[in-house]
Design a protein around this ligand. Structure first.
Ligand SMILES: [Zn+2]
Length: 139
């Protein structure tokens, strides 16, 4: 790193005695933020953010598989997300790290995703059987 470059360091957001966080914003100054119980976002940022871009986010939950190939491997992280100061301030379930970016679903969409993943698990089981046959037949 050259002498002119400074590392971007996330500053901890001060927690107030009443449990709220004081978040600096570009457009509304210092904002007192009340986080829902599921929010694990420290609301740290290298710079103030627009009020509308403040979001509550839960810890991601991963599907975990333990395989010979990779040991413990996490797949398909999901979390809750909310932008509390936007017109649409609903809480969404987020499928993270998808090819087209994060995907956000309401309760019905989340259930549809779960349904398709159960069906997809059957596809993977079937392909595992087919893989055994392919490998058993040689090359
Ligand atoms: Zn929060």
């Amino acid at each position: 790193m050259s002498g002119d470059e400074r590392p971007i360091v996330a500053r901890p957001v001060p927690r107030n005695a009443d449990g709220t966080l004081s978040v600096p914003t570009t457009d509304h100054g210092l904002l007192r933020l009340v986080c829902p119980s599921w929010c694990r976002d420290g609301h740290t940022a290298p710079a103030p953010v627009d009020k509308a871009d403040i979001c509550h986010r839960s810890e991601p939950v991963w599907a975990l598989s333990v395989t010979e190939e990779y040991g413990e491997a996490g797949h398909l992280p999901v979390s809750f997300l909310q932008f509390p100061f936007r017109a649409n301030n609903a809480v969404y379930l987020v499928l993270e790290d998808q090819p087209d970016g994060d995907l956000e679903f309401g309760p019905n969409g989340a259930r549809k995703v779960a349904e398709s993943l159960r069906a997809h698990a059957n596809v993977i089981d079937g392909m595992a059987v087919e893989l055994e046959q392919i490998r058993g037949a040689g090359r």
